[in-house]
Design a protein around this ligand. Sequence first.
Ligand code: F6P
Length: 323
Amino acid sequence: MKRIAVLTSGGDAPGMNAAIRAVVRTGLDKGWDVFGIRHGYVGLMAGNIVPLRARDASGIIHRGGTILGSARSAEFKTEDGRLKALRTLHEHELEALIVIGGGGSQIGAYELSHMDFPVVGVASTIDNDLYGSEITIGVDTALHVALEAIDRLKVTASSHQRAFLVEVMGRDCGYLALITGITGGAEAIVMPEIETDPEALASELRASYERGKAHALVVVAEGAQYNAAELSRYFQEHRERLGFELRVTILGHVQRGGVPGPFDRLLATRLGAAATEHLARGQHGLLVGLLKGEIAATPLAEVVANKKPLDLRLLELARVLAQ
Ligand code: F6P
């Protein structure tokens, strides 16, 4: 009999519940006891642990967010915090932990596994910035939410011949902005991976009107050198000279609250199941993710030491398609 626990940590992502469900049901299928830790590492340090049975995972596959709750914890980043967490795991006689979360959460997973506790990570963040998975749980749904907003904004932008600026999430990563911009037909994309010159942006937008476009849409990543607030301020200050103003929409957490689509439900289900399979084989200190379309495991040490590259060729494609 194995006693394993699962937690969700960091920003919630649509599909986390499907991953929890997969961990619970595949764990029970092996005859294990499965426990849920509430509110991420905060709950782990506080010993906030509940047993999860088959019915506890009923009716959750289609729900966004996480039934276990999530949190960001400054205390867990300290050695004292991690020792506290380790104590809880031992006190509850837990033998392994599955951490569903993104970059920060997987650093925590790595630290625990470094302290000789068996941990497997499940790649989950809407930012898609995690090394070890070409796409993470929640990205596809977050893109759907952002696109729906953009499609709607384009309708009203065209009616008024206006320029719109839409800021999407992504922390320091421009992936959400890049994909939303390409698939939403944006005139320009502003992201942290490239330098932004507001004057050049203004020229691009003016040029698109001159080519006969009815609107101009800019997708901006929140982590860009100039985010939505800064661009808006710049355009406001130079309004007369630039000749037009920008309407700004910041999508923010709306992107995290979507109902997980089939892609995220399936990805989360496969990753959750793969995590328990690794534990069953005695393999840990790993992150499970999707690589070249297949479920694959990467050592957590490698995950935390590397930055996932972004394919900037897509940006050039976006520029060509915006003609
Ligand atoms: O990591 C996911 C994410 O949504 C980022 O895109 C964003 O920068 C951050 O979390 C927001 O964090 P919080 O929900 O703590 O404000």
